[in-house]
Ligand binder design. Structure first.
Ligand code: SF4
Length: 491
């Protein structure tokens, strides 16, 4: 069995994760939309476009032969025993080699040390001594001009970034401080990959940052009760409690609760089915003024800015949906769908469609819609004031859920719009739609340009239907909250 350094890294993270990735090999949608292959960009930046390149299937002898003929090689392939690796750039120096690792992020951390160390050791088995390392990463402050300027897009350095995203730890010192037993790591990885699928153990890796892509397969949370201890939010102790047989949130030892408001709401809901803070909810609902605009955007995230004025990892909004509810409760809908550089059309359409007064209800706006409008205001200063005014009128519909003002066990520890909607209705559901989540919408959007006219029509309609459902769901949830409050006050 042949493995790769990445298999070692995956198995170190979680044996089950490493095993699943090796044996299942699914196709996973890329998180960032790229306008060109990343390697083409960093090769241009490093001026190594014409360098000799390793190829799939190169043996050690092939690589060494290529290296004998040149000073720079990209994608140099080495193997040792049952483990292969590929080093992005190697440059011959007087006494050894200098390695360069490009990253599609702005702040590579010292968690990369192990990969470099493994590469260094494997190369050394073939007599290639890597004496120094450097990273190439994205300059977070780069603003694109008419053309993409790779010399400004990238930065390079010899230090990893710390938690505060400042360059702090010298790469070579990190590598020198790390000692590994390469044979033992290969043996351990082979043992995992050649064995049966490893048994499960819930651990922080499962949900740290982005949820593990195998989480649903691993844990079948749908079989747990609605108020399972597993759904207790921001709890240090829930996994221990779960392993020791604690089933419901109400069974948790109260002294082990950190005491956040949402945890309190979950605990009370576990006792009573749901929790509602009447005073806080009434105050929040009173802040919402008619006409009410229910607003939602869809966007794609670009690792490298595709258009003038955009920065790395900026998003491009290609769709909005807007339901407007007048004081007499009539409801109307409008939307926008654009392709390519539709930013200006998006802004103008939005300003035109929104009523001049009333509240704009948005779900989870701070990291999303509000941020998008601030970015658009920076890219198009002529609209900045109008966009800031829109931001000032926004009210976050997720707040009553996020802050534990209202909690229903059926939310199962989540407060996304999709988790909250079934609490208030079973008449509409995202499952009825061709596109039923944001990632599906982005995947469909990415296929739009290459599609034929009839496919384009369908993609456009499917995305519009999905986004329309989001703003209709906001309408249903807002009125659901009002109804719950009234029932509570009348009780
Ligand atoms: S969900 Fe957790 S246990 Fe399952 S593969 Fe991912 S990290 Fe491992």
């Amino acid at each position: 069995m042949m493995t790769h350094v990445s298999d070692i890294l995956h198995c170190q993270k979680c044996p089950r994760f490493g095993w699943d990735l090796y044996h299942k090999k699914g196709i996973h949608e890329k998180y960032f939309h790229m306008i060109a292959p990343f390697s083409a960009l960093w090769k241009k930046y490093l001026k190594v476009e014409d360098a000799v390149s390793g190829q799939t299937g190169d043996s050690n002898a092939d690589t060494l032969k290529k290296m004998a003929d040149c000073d720079v090689i990209v994608f140099a392939r080495f193997s040792y025993r049952e483990c292969r690796t590929q080093i992005p750039v190697l440059i011959k120096k007087e006494k050894g080699y200098h390695a360069i690792y490009p990253y599609l992020n702005c702040n590579p951390k010292d968690t990369e040390t192990l990969r470099m160390k493994l590469d260094e050791r494997i190369a050394l088995t073939q007599g290639i001594s890597i004496l120094s390392h450097e990273i190439v990463y994205i300059n977070k402050d780069y603003v694109r001009s008419d053309d993409l300027e790779v010399e400004k897009l990238f930065e390079r350095g010899s230090k990893f970034f710390n938690r505060r995203n400042n360059p702090a730890k010298d790469i070579q010192e990190c590598l020198d401080a790390m000692d590994i037993d390469l044979d033992a790591m290969i043996n351990e990885t082979l043992g995992i990959l050649q064995g049966e699928q490893p048994s499960l153990k819930r651990n922080k890796t499962c949900t740290a940052g982005r949820r593990c892509l195998y989480y649903d397969e691993c844990f079948h949370d749908q079989d747990l009760p609605d108020d399972s201890i597993v759904f207790l939010t921001t709890s240090q102790h829930k996994l221990n409690a779960f392993e020791q047989g604690c089933v419901h949130i109400r069974d948790m030892e109260p002294s082990l609760l950190e005491g956040y408001r949402l945890q309190y709401a979950q605990y009370m809901a576990s006792l009573n089915g749901c929790f509602l803070d009447k005073v806080a909810l009434s105050h929040w609902i009173d802040s919402v003024q008619y006409p009410i605009s229910y607003l939602d955007f869809e966007w794609d995230t670009f690792g490298v800015p595709p258009y003038k004025g955009m920065k790395p990892f900026d998003v491009l909004c290609f769709q909005y949906s807007l339901h407007i509810e007048e004081e007499d409760h009539t409801l109307r809908h409008t939307d926008f769908f654009g392709t390519r550089d539709c930013r200006k059309d998006f802004i103008e359409s939005l300003i035109d469609s929104l009523p001049n007064e009333g509240s704009i209800l948005v779900y989870n706006m701070e990291g999303a819609e509000k941020l998008r409008l601030i970015q658009l205001g920076n890219q198009f200063p002529e609209y900045k004031d109008q966009l800031n005014t829109i931001c000032d009128r926004m009210i976050d519909l997720s707040k009553p859920f996020e802050t534990g003002v209202y909690y229903d066990n059926r939310m199962r520890g989540h407060y996304s719009l999709k988790s909250v909607l079934p609490v208030f209705t079973d008449e509409v559901s995202y499952q009825q739609l061709a596109i039923h989540d944001g990632l599906n919408a982005v995947s469909a959007y990415r296929t739009f340009e290459e599609a034929d006219p009839s496919q384009k029509k369908k993609i456009r309609q499917d995305i519009r239907n999905y986004c329309r459902m989001d703003t209709y769901a906001e309408y249903v949830v807002f009125h659901g909250l009002k109804k719950k409050l009234k029932e509570e006050e009348d009780a």
